[in-house]
Design a protein around this ligand. Sequence first.
Ligand SMILES: Cc1cc2nc3c(=O)[nH]c(=O)nc-3n(C[C@H](O)[C@H](O)[C@H](O)COP(=O)(O)OP(=O)(O)OC[C@H]3O[C@@H](n4cnc5c(N)ncnc54)[C@H](O)[C@@H]3O)c2cc1C
Length: 425
Amino acid sequence: MPIFQPRIAIVGGGPSGLALGQLLHQRGIRATIYELRAKSTQEELAKPSGMLDLHEESGLTAMRECGLWNGFQAAVGDCSESMRVINPDGVVLHTDEGELASRPEIARNALTNLLIQNVPSDTIKWNHKITTVRSDHNATTGATEITFDLGVNGAAAYDFVVGADGAWSRIRKLLSDAQPFYSGAQYVTATVRHVSTKYPHLVELSGSGTLCALGGGNAIMTQRGPQDSIQVYAAVSTPHEHWAAAAGLKGKTAAEVKTTLLGDDKLFRKWAPALQDLLATACDEETKDNPGCEADIKPYYMLPVGHRWEHRTGATLIGDAAHLMTPWAGEGVNLALWDSLDLAHVLAAVPEAADAAAWQAALEPRMREFEEAMLARAQVKAEETVRNKDMFLSENGAQAMADFFKMYEDIAAAGHKGSKMETVS
Ligand SMILES: Cc1cc2nc3c(=O)[nH]c(=O)nc-3n(C[C@H](O)[C@H](O)[C@H](O)COP(=O)(O)OP(=O)(O)OC[C@H]3O[C@@H](n4cnc5c(N)ncnc54)[C@H](O)[C@@H]3O)c2cc1C
């Protein structure tokens, strides 16, 4: 008799979905990944895309288990682990070269590129958006069947569906009523390419890794990246979820948004000229590279800290779909990869079964355990994220962050070399 093969779908081709697809493929478990975006070209993947720092217990372990360690090592290096913290007057309060913790930075696009390398191309269905999903109990087979609608691509039914579909997950609706809520902060993002030839003084200011200029509840942060770039984020604290519209910035280019950012006393008008120059140059360069394009202004959302759901047969969530948090602890992608790793182990451990109902019954207790552990560790990281955000976007954010680093330096100096930093990306 042929061995029963469960029908498994992963919704979402971000870091969590792709890593899971890769890990299952390695273990000979078939799964189909549905991703709403088109497949990026190599040219698109080479563009600056924001940096993600991977942590030992999660992201780096996933890279090793995915068999991507050599590729990962080759893909890091655009952004060093150095950190510089300055206040709005331009006074440097902290610098380090990443010696407090080893957390290599990889560009988001480079990570995607790595993760799709060893997954057979017919496993990933690009341009496939799941619009609705439902769960039915089949009285004849005794199994649960998850069916989703794929719009023009029809419909599909599965024995097990993994919602790796990020902040606004469709699959989450099957399991939880929770909705992401606005965190109180927004980012305006702009990029300067070929910065060391065009603006060497900006490289001198921001260093080879990360710069955090914090104060008055706002921040200018930079990270070096591919194509000799600096990605610049202006983080703004505001209670207005629709700040861009309220401030008249909707539809404006980054160069136009610059006028508001640098002209408002509550934003960056009183900041040191060097920091203003950095922000202004980034906004102008962004518009030069993308003429007429609307500025990238994003409100940040999070799920309630401690988000949980009642386990249900046939579906689960991983990554941001399960525990969306703001980037202030640099944990989102790390947790996403950790979830994928654990879930791959769980699925690989399910013994052979005669049919879908028996397979689901064998999976059930393992899934309860998996979900419990995943959500418990995510809660700890989400709490840390909230603390970090409150600290860094406080009136004296730079001093608070410098004090935070000093505490870890003191611990290290006292000989507790094993202690790990918990900090921003
Ligand atoms: C500015 C910024 C900086 C960050 N910095 C860091 C950092 O330094 N360190 C860190 O650890 N984390 C960081 N994060 C968080 C990190 O990016 C996320 O936690 C991570 O991407 C989550 O991965 P994921 O696969 O769960 O979700 P996503 O990356 O959101 O991927 C979900 C995928 O699902 C697809 N999708 C969505 N809906 C559907 C649908 N209906 N049908 C089909 N496909 C769908 C999407 O197109 C997407 O590709 C940062 C986030 C931001 C925004």
